[in-house]
Design a protein around this ligand. Structure first.
Ligand SMILES: Cc1cc2nc3c(=O)[nH]c(=O)nc-3n(C[C@H](O)[C@H](O)[C@H](O)COP(=O)(O)OP(=O)(O)OC[C@H]3O[C@@H](n4cnc5c(N)ncnc54)[C@H](O)[C@@H]3O)c2cc1C
Length: 391
């Protein structure tokens, strides 16, 4: 079977659905394919999303996917110093904990309403390249082989992207640029659900522990550990179990859901456009290396790629504009937070205690990397030589 389409979008996560919607709105015929049988499920996410960023992306809050709204975030040092970043101090980091499956379904539905077609249980299995162009994509749809003939391809196939490889783009990651993650949804805990908590230090080498509340007595409690710090199978679980056991307010909870996965903590890929192919979201390594958050970057890069695909098809504008367009908006933040991550993973517990302890004393107006560094310069100038390049 052969199927011709203007824009083929591979993967119906936030990046793919946003790309499909934008391309359909720009007048293209769009096919969005998803290998799973249910959008967004199983969930592989801490489900924390900044509310102001969503608004900026044109996604108004919707009770169908908001699980819980928090007042802000708290950063907890190894010895227990707590820096609270409330709405005033946290700026657009204050946010929602979402139901990620419902959120992803809402984005895919918006793409369909904008005119995109969608195929579920449809997995891209290979591609034919003619020069730089991806001229054909093979899809397994319910066990049937279908050949798609696309004018433009948008790869939104996430962290484990195979589409990049088919196009000859190198998306390999160094171990130090991968965090292995494990998360339990704990029910029956006794924590303060007004805040999402981040714990840093050697309890999560090369990463951190998060407690993202989904309501009273329920939270996603997860850990990311630098893959290069793992010695044997089961280490990530050992770190998470040990953390929970040492926090009585959490240890009385029981896990009703377990999520395992990985996030890239690398720089974004050097090349995200090749011929008629654009990469968005995790497939392009657009996760924030410091926080592990990637939902909003996937959405924004998808929106940009979809719009550029539409303009390219209508008026012939070159697609390599995509490279410049997303970098103009997102790259500075990704690079700065990558550099910050490279520093943070080498800090000792004592250093974390000193910096966070000192930050607790300060009036920081907005919690941005720049603000934090300016504060560190005041209270712990001896660290500044190391952190200078971030400023
Ligand atoms: C444990 C964990 C916790 C996280 N917590 C957060 C958080 O709290 N906040 C946050 O912002 N980010 C978080 N992230 C990162 C976030 O989940 C990703 O950045 C985001 O999902 C990226 O969206 P995407 O559309 O690029 O990719 P994905 O959401 O991964 O979507 C890719 C889609 O492509 C489909 N697909 C893959 N291959 C094919 C194929 N060959 N054919 C067809 N379909 C295919 C997949 O099934 C999937 O639906 C977390 C990640 C992990 C692993």
């Amino acid at each position: 079977m052969k199927h011709e389409v203007d824009v083929l979008v591979i993967g119906a996560g936030p990046g793919g659905s946003s790309a499909a919607k934008a391309a359909a709105e720009a007048g293209a015929s769009v096919l969005l394919i998803e290998k799973r049988q249910e959008i967004g499920s199983p969930v592989r996410c801490g489900e924390g999303v900044a509310m102001d960023w969503l608004r900026e992306l044109g996604i108004p809050p919707d009770q169908r996917w908001i699980a819980h709204e928090v007042d802000g975030a708290r950063l907890v040092s190894p010895c227990g110093h707590v820096m609270t970043m409330d709405a005033r101090r946290a700026g657009n980091e204050t946010g929602f904990v979402v139901e990620r499956d419902a959120f992803d379904r809402a984005l895919a539905s918006a793409a369909v309403r904008a005119g995109s077609d969608i195929w579920m249980r449809a997995m891209a299995t290979g591609a034919k390249m003619v020069g730089d162009r991806m001229s054909r994509v093979k899809v397994d749809r319910f066990g049937d082989d279908v050949t798609i003939v696309p004018k433009v391809v948008i790869a939104a196939d996430g962290f484990e992207s195979r589409v990049c490889g088919w196009a000859g783009l190198n998306s390999r990651l160094a171990l130090k640029d991968i965090d292995s993650c494990l998360q339990y949804r704990l029910v029956g805990i006794e924590t303060d659900e007004r805040w999402n908590d981040f714990y840093v230090g050697s309890m999560a080498p090369g990463g951190y522990v998060w407690v993202f509340h989904k309501g009273e007595g329920v939270a996603n409690v997860g850990i990311g550990v630098g893959a290069h710090r793992l010695r044997k199978k089961g280490d990530v679980r050992m770190y998470l179990d040990r953390f929970i056991a040492s926090h009585p307010e959490l240890s009385r909870g029981r896990a009703v859901d377990i999520v395992a996965g990985a996030v890239s903590t690398s720089l974004p890929m050097d090349t995200t456009v090749k011929g008629n192919l654009m990469l968005v979201g995790d497939a392009a390594r657009m996760i924030d290396a410091l926080t592990g958050g990637g939902v909003v970057h996937a959405i924004r890069s998808g929106q940009i790629a979809g719009a550029i695909a539409g303009e390219h098809l209508q008026g012939g504008q070159p697609m390599d504009r995509y490279e410049r367009a997303w970098r103009r908006e997102i790259e500075d933040l990704l690079v700065r937070n990558y550099v910050a991550k490279e520093k943070a993973v080498n800090l000792s517990d004592e250093t974390f205690d000193r910096i966070i302890g000192a930050l607790c004393e300060l009036e920081v107006s907005h919690i941005t990397t720049g603000e934090i560094l300016a504060a560190v310069a005041k209270v712990a100038p001896e660290f500044m030589a190391e952190l200078e390049d971030l400023l």
